[in-house]
Design a binder for this molecule. Structure first.
Ligand code: OGA
Ligand code: NI
Length: 356
């Protein structure tokens, strides 16, 4: 995909990194990050995440009916859940966090070796289109890598420092590929469609994003990540602190960090493939006054050349297709450069059909 116009030249990179800004600004946050009127409060409903939105993957994969019903209900109402018993060791998840934190603590010149002019590969601050005047910037820096198939991404974006980064992230990629396959199968089972309806082997891609959200002197006016929907089938999130929030029926809810569990949200491509049965979750990340936050997200998505449309088995006379056919690359361009505040790329592909 061509580099969007919003990328600044390499020379300007260091000065726009949020980590750098955070070290120097005290409480004078640059205007472009400030939401002057603040943003809506969130609720903390702990029981949600220990009950109806906590999925046990081992039960799900063994065909446990109650768990399948719970999974379907979580995805058709919230579009997200926490997953436990997913097969990845808690101690290994901690290693992934640790090595990612070590990367972000390297000197800026070292990290900048992994800058690329493709906004979905390598190290940079969060790319928000600056041509749209009212667009506020997100308070985070990130490293994008393609986990699967690895050679479809830019291999130069893979850090050589810390020295064990590649080894650990390669291992994590294998675990994520396995988990993604388990979740694809579970999603198909829960919809009573062919097991390989969603499938990594065909044109699946897993893009990972390592994000550092520095601590922020104005957490009531600055967002780590503005409300958005993901351009993925689903996204798997590993984080070392709270900060992620999801929206349901206009209300924001905090997502807790439960050691060993991972957060999964459906994205726009998942909503389209399921013809709207499973929802893409609106989410945001808030900032924290005293602590920074590290997350590793894995976007389970499709190759940029793929054309997406609802799965034929999920289109019926009673439920006609709710989305136009579109190419993944067209959607990505829409996300980066066309959507203004409050607009979402998926709106451009929705068809207006009343549900019968
Ligand atoms: C994202 C995202 C959540 C997080 O990268 O799209 O929403 O917790 N990340 O960092
Ligand atoms: Ni997201």
């Amino acid at each position: 995909m061509a580099a969007p116009v919003c990328c600044l030249p390499n020379d300007d990179l260091a000065s726009r990194l949020v980590q750098k800004i955070a070290q120097t600004v005290q409480d004078k946050i640059p205007e472009q990050f400030l939401h002057k009127d603040g943003f809506p409060e969130s609720k903390d409903v702990a029981e949600l995440w220990t009950d109806s939105l906590l999925i046990d993957l081992s039960l799900l994969s063994s065909g446990d009916q109650d768990e399948i019903v719970k999974f379907r209900s979580a995805l058709s109402t919230w579009g997200c859940f926490l997953v436990k018993n997913h097969g990845i060791e808690g101690s290994f998840l901690e290693e992934v966090i640790e090595v990612s934190r070590k990367f972000f603590s390297l000197p800026f010149e070292e990290k900048m070796k992994y800058y690329t002019d493709d906004i979905f590969q390598g190290y940079d601050t969060d790319a928000v289109c600056q041509g749209l005047d009212q667009q506020k910037m997100n308070w985070n820096d990130r490293l994008f890598l393609t986990m699967y198939p690895k050679n479809k991404g830019n291999l130069k974006a893979w850090p050589e420092n810390p020295s064990n980064f590649r080894e650990i992230v390669d291992e994590y990629s294998k675990e994520i590929i396995n988990l993604a396959q388990g979740l694809y199968k579970a999603a198909a089972k829960s919809l009573n469609i062919k097991e390989d309806s969603f499938c990594l082997e065909k044109e699946g891609v897993i893009l990972s994003r390592f994000t550092l959200y520095p601590k922020c002197p104005r957490p009531k006016n600055v967002l780590g990540s503005k409300p958005h929907l993901d351009g993925s089938i689903f996204t798997i999130v590993l984080a070392d602190r709270e900060g992620l929030e999801v929206q349901k029926d206009g209300q924001w809810f905090k997502v807790p960090v439960i050691p060993g569990a991972l957060f999964v949200n459906f994205g726009d491509f998942g909503e389209v493939l399921t013809n709207g049965i499973y929802k893409s979750t609106m989410h945001r990340v808030v900032t924290n006054l005293t602590k920074d936050r590290l997350s590793v997200t894995a976007f389970c998505t499709m190759d940029a050349t793929e054309e997406l449309t609802p799965l034929t088995e999920l289109v019926t006379p009673n439920r006609p297709s709710l989305y136009k056919k579109f190419k993944v690359c067209e959607y990505k361009e829409g996300v980066c450069c066309k959507c203004g505040p409050g607009e979402n790329a998926i709106d451009a592909i929705k068809l207006e059909f009343p549900l019968l």
